[in-house]
Structure formats: C-alpha cells, structure tokens
Design a protein around this ligand. Structure first.
Ligand SMILES: [Zn+2]
Length: 315
C-alpha cells in the first residue's frame, strides 16, 4: 500500500517536473498570466468593419490614371491615407498578413516566410480570435484568394472562412453575397484578400508602367468603388461601417524580396469613415490595423494591450 502510494507520489512529482519543463520550453508570454480585463463599449459594439487586403500594391501605382476611384478617395474624403505605410522588415506575404491580422510584429508571431513553420498564433492570435472570445455575438467572415491566410492565420477564429480555391472575381462576388444578401451569413466584420495583383507582379513586373499590373489594378479599383457603394448604402440604412484598404508589400521587377527597397517596404493604407478623426503626421505600419479596429468597435483587452505592437490611428 505504502509502496503504491510512494509510486503514485513519485510519478506525480515527475509529472509536475515535466509540466514545469514543458512550460519553460513553451513559456507563454507574461501577458497570458496577468489578470485578464476586458471592456466593451456598449455604444460602439454595433460598429462594423470592412477590411480589404490587396496583395502586392506598390504605392506609386496609386495614381489618377491607374486607380482613379481610390485616387479621388485619397484626395477628397475624411480618411487616414498613407502611401509610405511600413511593411515588416521581412517582405514576404506570410509575415505581413500575419502582422496585419494579429497586431504584432513578426518577431512575436514568428512567421518568417510563406511556410508558416514555427508560427505562434497560439500566443499571438488573430484579432478574430479575440472577437470570438470576447464578443461571441459578433459575426465574422474572411474571403481570401491566398488560402494560407484562412488555413494558417485565421484557422478556427472566424465564423465563415471558406478554404476553397478562388480568384479575385470570386472573392468580390462572395463579398457582395455576404454584404448585400447576408449569404451565407450577415457579417459584422469582413476581411477580403485579393491576390491577383501579386501574381501579375511576379509574372510581368510590379510597376506602374507594366500593362498587366495596370490592368489588374484598374479591376481592383472598380471593386473598391463597388464595395464602397455598398458600404455607403449600409450607412444610409443606419449601419456604422469603417472601410479599410491595406496591402502587405510593394514590389520591384518581378519580386518583393529586397526588404531595403522603398518600392517594396512601403505600401498603401487607407482608412475611411465620414465622422471620425484620424491621426495626422503619423506613419502607420502593419501592426496598427488591429488596434484601430478594436478602438473602433470599443473592445479593450488587457491581454491584447500587453501583447500588441501597433497603435490605433483613430484620434
Ligand atoms: Zn508575392
């Protein structure tokens, strides 16, 4: 009996020691150990967000001739606009979309290329993960042309995030179905990712003088116009939407690997709302998107505040 008890005691001790060792190998950041405080502003909880991602948008291709709709938005409406929006130092798509969607730099989420090997979304989850935990009534959707975003970064965090092969035209059609027809759900927060500009850049060149790059941007510009039209209709019917356009990186030649090249490490951010005030004289970066969204929907989390790297661009 005593032997059995001792065996139980020692095996329990070994288990505890192992648990401690495991904890040290996989030590969560201190932010997971502090008292969790979450507050939600009841006046902002109904606010809604459309976040549009355009892969490989080189800033100097945002011109009156190539993207006339976005150009006039940049010059006319109440918005935050930045053509020197800073990418991560690592200019692959994986790290940048990860930073855009988590609010932390790549040294934390640990995505260093498009393989996603070693990613730490368990400790630095996407903003959809916080929404799911803290505002479970909020409906979320993510429609992407580059599937690793839904497979790796957002997996399990979003109410509707299909992992089916797609193209930009289908992303646009599915976005309209969600926003106009509430099909298959009526999203409060919707993320879209368009990939064909990056594909064209790799095949023909990332440049405002490359015909294929220009043509693809012109199509995207028409999507942006149509989506803004839908958002404006929704605003007229009483829904309070924030409209964001962001890119992961620019490009030069047929690549975006040279992270010291400003044609690559600077890209586009546009955030629009008819009534809000935005920061001035502030150079945004990829980690600012999530704090801005949380600020807009009135979500404050001590866990996220402890982990985050970015700042809200709302004043
Ligand atoms: Zn690429």
């Amino acid at each position: 009996m005593i032997k059995g008890y001792l065996l139980f005691f020692f095996s329990g001790l070994i288990f505890l020691l192992c648990l401690q060792a495991c904890k040290q190998d996989n030590a969560p950041p201190e932010c997971d150990l502090i008292n969790q405080l979450v507050s939600i502003d009841s006046l902002q909880i109904e606010n809604k967000v459309l976040l549009i991602g355009i892969d490989g948008f080189r800033s100097d291709a945002m011109t009156e001739e190539i993207t006339p709709y976005l150009f006039q938005l940049f010059s006319a409406v109440n918005c935050y606009k930045n053509l020197t929006h800073s990418t991560e130092e690592d200019t692959y798509s994986g790290p940048n979309w990860s930073s855009i969607l988590t609010g932390v730099h790549y040294n934390k989420h640990n995505v260093i290329d498009n393989s996603f090997e070693g990613s730490r979304f368990d400790f630095y989850p996407s903003f959809f993960n916080y929404l799911k935990r803290f505002i479970p009534s909020m409906k979320t959707a993510s429609i992407v042309n580059w599937l690793p975003i839904n497979q790796e970064i957002l997996f399990g965090d979003v109410d509707y995030a299909p992992i089916i092969s797609s193209n930009d035209s289908l992303v646009f059609e599915r976005a309209k179905d969600l926003l106009v027809n509430s099909s298959p759900i009526k999203p409060d927060v919707l993320f879209l990712h368009f990939d064909e500009l990056d594909m064209v850049g790799h095949n023909f060149g990332f440049s405002p003088t490359t015909p294929e790059y220009i043509q693809t941007l012109a199509v995207l510009d028409s999507y942006l116009e149509s989506l803004m039209g839908i958002i404006n209709d929704k605003r007229l019917s009483g829904e309070n939407w924030l409209y964001i356009v962001v890119s992961d990186h620019g490009g030069d030649g047929t690549s975006h690997g040279d992270s010291s090249n400003p044609k690559i490490n600077q890209t586009v951010l546009f955030v629009e709302h008819p009534l809000l005030s935005f920061r001035t004289d502030y150079v945004s970066n990829q980690t600012d998107i999530v704090p801005t969204i949380f600020d807009y929907i009135g979500l404050s989390s001590s866990e996220f505040d402890c982990k985050k790297d970015g700042l809200s661009i709302l004043e």
